[in-house]
Every structure is written in structure tokens, then in C-alpha cells.
Design a binder for this molecule. Structure first.
Ligand code: ADP
Length: 475
């Protein structure tokens, strides 16, 4: 019997065999959801490839209207969707509400942007010839998504795909399939053809990934998740030279200079580090703080961390929920213990609590070569490193194979531009702690991947360019 708050999902979503979905806040099994095997996935891909032909031949305006209806339905069902997100992924309900709105905003944005997939007429090549470009949908796409934004990560892949005229089959994360299933249901209710957009929870993600990479009808794969799995998919996708978008891990530096507005920097630090209990790929992972403001920053941050309330995300006032599972807590604990053994000092928190919780924590005197500064923490732990000069900050910040997001706090405009242009990351937030929005191109460089989500670039990722040469035009 599924949890009563799952009324957005219909009975066929649940079966006696399938995937057990647990509430990370208390371990309760929320439901057992229906899963799909390899043959089901093959059939979904084949049907999606048929469905896209009709979809693609509709006008962009017709597609836009249907997508807009989907966005409106999502907003109308915000409470139900947010509840599912919090129940299966653990984040505080207020954050889940923001995620739902963000998902709707991406869909609305791409509904509009889909109507502006302009080609070009390029001059040159002589008076009797013309060069034109047409932008066409990539084709049938597959997506593999993570549990930390179980709704928005799918919306920001599916919306540009559908707006461009593609179809999509999504394999959601095993921990959080129900947000995805609810999203699919609302898509179909709003008029998106059934076979065009499918969500398929599976028991074996490795097999699903391999199928997506090896099925000839899949023309593109969009993946958000770990760098490890991203590399596996990239290697497999090479066999058929499939297009890829990879949004992988990060190790975001958060650089605070002595000319920064310190209160603003502390606000940004709280938002960036502790949102979703530190489980986002753009979370500030290493705080690099200039020596003369170091102690004031640490004290200010400690005061704010002391006010954070940890608990079940469904409880009003809670702003740090559980981590996704016990393994995640064990990993974060290990990073903290190893840092302390290496000479870091604890300013706040430091301990695992209960099954799936980890206290919001601050470590100071962290050394750049410690694992806590080298690896993605994915937990509510702020690791603080002191630096002397701008050149030191830049060197430390760039000293990582990752290149997703970086944060920079300064009141000096010349420094702002110098740093922004020298930091090797796909996204730089200056004097801001949150940076994802549907209008902006989200994505990384280096081992954080490639491809962009949001903005007009997000649409371009689901389109190909066809060049046409038209000759024989002499009078
Ligand atoms: P995380 O550690 O955050 O769970 P993963 O990269 O393991 O990150 O998971 C992100 C997504 O990738 C999930 O949907 C998961 O099921 C999927 N996944 C995990 N391993 C593979 C694989 N070998 N091939 C394809 N997808 C995978």
C-alpha cells in the first residue's frame, strides 16, 4: 500500500515486485514502484522514435502550447509534487517547492525558446549560389538522471528535447523514481503524446545505460551524475558516436577576498553549501578565505550554522534534511575524520546522527591536499582554507580536475574581471551564492563534463545543423 501522499501517481505505478523507495528521513518504505526490463526499454525507444516523427512535423507553436500546459499543470500540482520530492529525496519541503517551480520554469522557457530555433542564410560562394542552415531535432534521446533534483533535472532535459522536436526516454535514479513518474503523468495529461516522453524506473541501471549507448535509434544521451559513470557512458557511446551531454561532478571553490561584503559572503556560503544538505554538484566545496578576513568569516559562518535546524524535511522550519542514504553519511563522516586526523580543526558539528543525518559542520585549517578539499563532499560540511594573495587563491581554486561552478566574493571590479576570466569553470557566481536558472547556461568544463542546460544553448544541445548549398541561381 503506497504512502497516502502519493495520490499524484496512479495504481499502475505500483506493483508487488519492483523497486522499493525509502524515505531517507526515517527509512520507511514509501512504495514499491513498477520497473521496466530491457525488452520494455527497447520497445519504449522504438515507439518514441515513431512518435517523434509526428511531433516534429507539428509547428513549434503547437509544441510550445502543449509544453506550456505541462508547466502550468506542474505549478498547479506544486504541493503534491513537492511532497513526493521531500519524501523520497529528503530535502526540506520549502526547497522541494522551489524545485517544482524551477522545473516548471525550465519547461516554460523552452516552450518559448523552441519557437526561435532559427537557421541562417550565409552570404558568399558566388552570386549564383546561397548557403543556408537548417536546425533540426537530434532525434530520439535518452536521459539518465540523479536523485538530488529528481524533478528539475528531468524537466531541464526533457523540455529542450521536446521543444526541439525530439522524443525522450528517461531512466530516473533508483532512489527517486516517483517524482519522475509524477512528472510523466502530468506530461501525458497535458497532451504530450504517450510514447514521446517516457519515464522508466529500472532495477539495473548498468544495463539501461548500456542499452541507451548501443541502441541505434538513440541519437543522444543526456546524463547528470558522477564523473565516474559519465566516463563509462562516454566510452560506451563512442561505439556509435552518439551525441552526449554530461553534467558531472564538481569541486566548487568559494573565494572570499578581504574587500568583499562579508555578510553577503556568509549568506551566500549558507545558501550554496547547505542547500539540499550539501548534495548538489554546484555546492561550494572549498572555502578559500583571505587571511585578514578569515577569522571574521569563520565566526560569522559558525553563528549562522548554529541556527540551522536539522531534521525530517517535512517538518516546518527544518532547513537541513537527511542525506540520501547511510552510505552517503559514512562517506561524509570519513572525509571529516580524515581531515581532523590530518590537522584540520572542528568549528561546528562534525558528527553523523541517527541513520541518515550528518550535522551541519565547519572545518578550518583544511589543507588543499586533504581529501575533503579534493573530493566532492556531497554533505553539509564547509571546509575552510586560508590564503594570502590573489594569485594563491587562483592557483588553489583551479587546482582540480573539475570545472563546474566557482563562487567569488569581492568588491573590487578589476579583481572581479581578472578572476572571472582566469577561473577555469563553466559557471562563475560573483557575489551570489545560487546560480542556476532557466535563462542561464548551466554546465561545466574539464572533468565536470560538457553541454549546457537552460538558455538558448540548452535548446541547441538537442538540435543538429544541416547546411544546404543551393546553386544554379544565375539569371
Ligand atoms: P550518484 O553517486 O550521485 O548516485 P551516479 O552517477 O552513480 O551518481 O548516479 C546517477 C545516475 O546514473 C543514476 O540514475 C544511476 O542509476 C545511474 N547509473 C549508475 N551507474 C550507471 C551505469 N553504469 N550506467 C548508466 N547509468 C548508471
Amino acid at each position: 500500500m503506497p504512502h497516502p501522499s502519493l495520490s499524484l501517481l496512479d495504481d499502475t505505478s505500483f506493483t508487488s515486485t519492483g523497486l522499493d523507495v525509502a524515505n531517507p528521513a526515517n527509512g520507511e518504505i514509501l512504495a514499491r514502484v513498477r520497473t521496466y526490463d530491457r525488452a520494455d526499454l527497447v520497445s519504449m525507444i522504438e515507439r518514441a522514435d515513431v512518435a517523434r516523427r509526428a511531433w516534429q512535423s507539428r509547428t513549434a507553436k503547437e509544441r510550445a502550447h502543449i509544453l506550456r500546459d505541462w508547466a502550468e499543470l506542474i505549478e498547479a500540482q506544486r504541493d503534491g509534487l513537492a511532497t513526493i520530492i521531500t519524501l523520497e529525496c529528503g530535502k526540506p519541503l520549502a526547497e522541494a517547492h522551489r524545485e517544482v517551480s524551477s522545473a516548471a520554469a525550465y519547461i516554460e522557457w523552452f516552450a518559448e525558446e523552441g519557437r526561435r530555433a532559427y537557421g541562417e542564410l550565409i552570404p558568399g560562394l558566388g552570386t549564383d549560389r546561397r548557403v543556408v542552415t537548417l536546425r533540426e531535432p537530434v532525434g530520439t534521446c535518452a536521459a539518465i538522471t540523479p536523485w538530488n533534483f529528481p524533478l528539475a533535472m528531468i524537466a531541464r532535459k526533457a523540455a529542450p528535447a521536446l521543444a526541439a522536436g525530439c522524443s525522450m526516454v528517461v531512466k530516473p535514479a533508483e532512489a527517486t523514481p516517483m517524482s519522475a513518474m509524477a512528472l510523466e503523468r502530468l506530461a501525458h495529461e497535458s497532451g504530450i503524446p504517450h510514447d514521446l516522453f517516457r519515464v522508466a524506473p529500472v532495477l539495473d541501471p548498468v544495463e539501461a545505460g548500456s542499452l541507451f549507448c548501443n541502441h541505434p535509434l538513440v541519437r543522444k544521451i543526456s546524463f547528470t551524475g558522477s564523473t565516474r559513470v559519465g566516463k563509462l557512458l562516454m566510452a560506451q557511446a563512442a561505439g556509435q558516436v552518439k551525441r552526449l551531454s554530461l553534467e558531472l561532478g564538481g569541486n566548487a571553490p568559494f573565494v572570499v577576498f578581504d574587500d568583499a561584503d562579508l555578510d553577503r559572503a556568509i549568506d551566500g556560503a549558507i545558501a550554496s553549501r547547505f542547500r539540499n544538505a550539501g548534495q548538489t554538484c554546484i555546492c561550494a566545496n572549498r572555502f578559500l578565505v583571505q587571511a585578514s578576513v578569515h577569522d571574521a568569516f569563520v565566526d560569522g559562518l559558525a553563528r549562522r550554522v548554529a541556527q540551522l535546524r536539522m531534521g525530517d524535511g517535512m517538518t516546518p522550519g527544518v532547513n537541513v534534511g537527511p542525506l540520501i542514504d547511510a552510505a552517503a553519511v559514512a562517506r561524509v563522516s570519513d572525509l571529516v575524520t580524515t581531515a581532523l586526523a590530518g590537522g584540520a580543526r572542528l568549528v561546528a558539528g562534525g558528527s553523523a546522527v541517527g541513520n541518515n543525518f550528518h550535522e551541519p559542520s565547519i572545518l578550518r585549517d583544511v589543507k588543499p591536499d586533504m581529501r575533503v578539499a579534493q573530493e566532492e563532499i556531497f554533505g553539509p560540511v564547509a571546509a575552510i582554507i586560508r590564503f594570502a594573495e590573489e594569485t594563491d587563491a587562483l592557483r588553489l581554486a583551479n587546482d582540480t580536475p573539475y570545472g563546474l561552478a566557482a563562487y567569488l566574493y569581492t568588491g573590487n571590479n578589476a579583481r572581479l574581471w581578472r578572476m572571472m576570466e582566469s577561473l577555469e569553470f563553466g559557471m562563475i557566481a560573483v557575489n551570489e551564492g545560487l546560480l542556476s536558472s532557466e535563462e542561464a547556461p548551466f554546465g561545466g568544463i574539464k572533468e565536470s563534463g560538457f553541454g549546457r542546460e537552460g538558455s538558448r544553448h540548452g535548446l541547441a544541445d538537442y538540435m543538429t545543423i544541416k547546411y544546404g548549398l543551393i546553386g544554379g541561381l544565375a539569371a
